[in-house]
Design a protein around this ligand. Structure first.
Ligand code: X5A
Ligand code: ZN
Length: 648
């Protein structure tokens, strides 16, 4: 459905007219650097370009008290009345364009003209308050967009995700008693010693009145937070609440001063991390995501991070994350205190909110501030993108009806002798149909391993499902995959003579009991209800997967998998964040074309259908999850949901 890019050159006009070390980083080059890089990467050309318009007085009035236009000589005096603000004669025009850009983006998404988009704007917005400019922000672009989505489009639930490194206190103040806007912000806090030095940026500020629980603050008390910390915050705090909230629209206060190299944030997350954050948000609200630029002051880091965001909005798979995926102690403490503060207001947190066991001292500490190593930023991903994003090797006659036009229907098959050689040890692969299906699967898998195809779907007769999966795992491991994650649903046992060498992680979702036979062989029941399914994915499957960092993912829906289509779609959409989206789904031949179709669309980058208001996880499902977490947490660090904060 497309991605909008909203911009207007006039927004480069506002700039610093006198000396001010605080304001000088918010420069016009921020926009040009981001835009130039989008062009260079061929990303701008793939977007629907919208020229920003000015927001009207009435639209600004949704959030702000009436605004005044001033003469040039009054600007410096006026600037002095606010914290971290430097006006320019063009500032009001730019600020009206910035607010207007957010409105246009929301209109484009909510009228269905596009699926999602990014507004590249200056000045930023999230610090701006009803009657006060603040922190480089004049009008609160995202808050105005949210109010407009409610008033003009009749929305009832909007999620605002503020991944800028500063607390968007302006958004918090504007909506703190409004339960229709769930505001999440993480921010550099350092126990209150970082700008804007507010008590109400801490985790215990959770909203007021009707809005209790609809403000979610995650204060970072140390610098140096990285990819693992950010992904952990999404999996264990933001996403459980977001699914329970069930938003109709996601607005992102997309500041990139939370990325590596930024002088304000001093954090460590690499640009790829923003691809993952974006992809994780795209499973919400039917994929209606509107990102609006906030901060981001290291031009190189900003430009790369913007590209990652846009690329992901366009449906490209997220590049794998670099670095070890181990959240640091301080991040875990922050996540834990935010979960504890929110638990009274969210069912998805309540059952799990027994105290986690204390971590042993000596856990990882944050790496501290570092300047961006040029190696992390200079080189774009060296491996060329596969020419085919998704291919299916399916035989169902009506399958073409449900496939998007750019999904390739693969005709090829592996060589007969080769297929037979792989099939030989398995009796169930002796039948002609099973052999034919195996040949198609091997051909598809080879295309993926060679880097021509990114993701795919293959089918097999139910009786041959286990053997076919066994062959796929071996073939993957012997033809280039270093670490293979296999998520098997239904009656599929781990191949008995698969080596226990740490190169494959087997996760079976079915059966009655939770069991970790080893750190690479995990079994868990399939939760019956949506709430349980979500906590299984967010609390177990993805943390395991992000810790393991596979370079190939197999998802097999085997006999009796019992998975609903929308749940299968969500699982596939979220697993697509791993292995650069190199995901092969294996279905039974008699699966419905609808199931194959929805999986093909999701693997190809479409948003999964939204799940609707979710039920709570059953106590048994929560128990299974807690048990496995206890067993596996020491090895797979992304499973940790928080750390024990010693009482001061
Ligand atoms: C939007 C944004 C930062 C203000 C910092 C003032 N503002 N020291 O990143
Ligand atoms: Zn910021």
């Amino acid at each position: 459905m497309g991605t909008a890019l909203v911009y207007h050159e006039d927004m480069t006009a506002t700039r610093l007219l006198w000396d001010d070390p605080e304001c000088e980083i918010e420069r016009p080059e921020r926009l040009t650097a981001a835009l130039d890089r989008l062009r260079q990467r061929g990303l701008e050309q793939r977007c629907l370009l919208l020229s920003a318009r000015e927001a009207s007085e009435e639209e600004l009035g949704l959030v702000h008290r009436e605004t005044q236009v001033l003469g040039k000589e009054e600007l410096q005096a006026l600037s002095g009345q606010f914290d971290a603000i430097c006006f320019h004669p063009s500032t009001f025009h730019c600020a009206r364009l910035a607010a207007g850009a957010g409105l246009q983006l929301v209109d484009a998404v909510l009228t269905g003209a596009v699926q999602n988009g990014l507004a590249l704007v200056r000045p930023p917005g999230h610090h701006s308050q009803r009657a006060a400019a603040n922190g480089f922000c004049v009008f609160n672009n995202v808050a105005i967009a949210a109010a407009h989505a409610k008033q003009k489009h009749g929305l009832h639930r909007i999620l605002v995700v503020d991944w800028d490194v500063h607390h968007g206190q302006g958004i918090q103040y504007l909506f703190e008693d409004d339960p229709s806007i769930l505001y999440f912000s993480w921010h550099r806090y350092e126990h209150g010693r970082f700008w804007p030095f507010l008590r109400e940026s801490d985790a215990d500020a959770v909203g007021r009145g009707q809005g209790l629980g609809f403000t979610v603050n995650l204060p970072w008390n140390q610098v140096g937070m990285g990819n693992a910390d950010y992904v952990a915050a999404f999996l264990h705090l933001l996403l459980p609440l977001a699914f329970e909230f069930d938003p109709e629209l996601v607005l992102v206060s997309a500041g990139f001063d939370s990325a590596i190299g930024d002088p304000e944030g001093q954090m460590q997350a690499t640009p790829e991390c923003f691809a993952h954050l974006t992809q994780l948000l795209q499973v919400l609200a039917g994929g209606r995501v509107c990102a609006v630029l906030e901060g981001g002051y290291h031009l190189e880091s900003l430009a790369e991070s913007v590209c990652m965001t846009v690329q992901t909005l366009l449906g490209d798979p997220a590049p794998p994350l670099s670095g070890s995926m181990v959240p640091c102690q301080s991040a875990l403490e922050s996540i834990q205190s935010a979960r504890a503060a929110q638990a009274p207001h969210w069912k998805s947190l309540q059952l799990q909110e027994e105290r986690p066991p204390p971590l042993l001292p000596g856990g990882p500490v944050c790496k501290g501030a570092a300047s961006a190593p040029s190696s992390l930023l200079d080189q774009p991903c060296l491996c060329p993108a596969p020419s085919v994003r998704t291919a299916v090797a399916l035989t169902a006659p009506d399958i073409t009806l449900v496939l998007p036009p750019d999904v390739i229907q693969q005709e090829g098959s592996a060589l007969r002798e080769e297929t037979e050689a792989w099939a030989r040890p398995h009796e169930s692969l002796a039948r002609e149909e099973a052999l034919a299906a195996l040949g198609k699967l091997l051909y598809l898998l080879d295309g993926m391993l060679d880097g021509q195809v990114n993701s795919g779907i293959a089918a097999t007769p139910a009786s041959a499902a286990a053997a076919t999966l066994d062959v796929a795992i071996r073939r993957g491991l012997s033809h280039g995959a270093q670490r293979l994650l296999c998520v098997a649903l239904g009656q599929l046992d781990r191949p008995p003579d698969l080596a226990h060498d740490g190169r494959s992680l087997w996760l079976n979702i079915r059966g009655k009991e939770a069991a970790a036979l080893s750190m690479f062989h995990v079994s868990t029941p399939l939760p019956a209800m949506t709430g349980g399914f979500l906590s299984c994915i967010l609390g177990l499957v993805l943390p395991l997967a992000y810790s393991f960092q596979p370079d190939l993912v197999l998802v097999a829906l085997g006999p009796g998998h019992g998975l609903q289509g929308r749940h299968a779609a969500l699982l596939a959409a979220m697993l697509r964040g791993l292995a650069g989206g190199r995901v092969l789904a294996l279905l039974e031949e008699d699966s419905t074309p609808q199931l194959a179709g929805i999986l093909a669309r999701v693997l190809n980058g479409e948003a999964p259908p939204s799940l609707g208001a979710s039920s709570v996880a059953s106590p048994e499902d929560v128990r299974a999850l807690m048990y496995l977490r206890g067993q596996l947490e020491p090895q797979w660090k992304m499973l940790q949901v928080g750390a024990f904060t010693p009482q001061k």
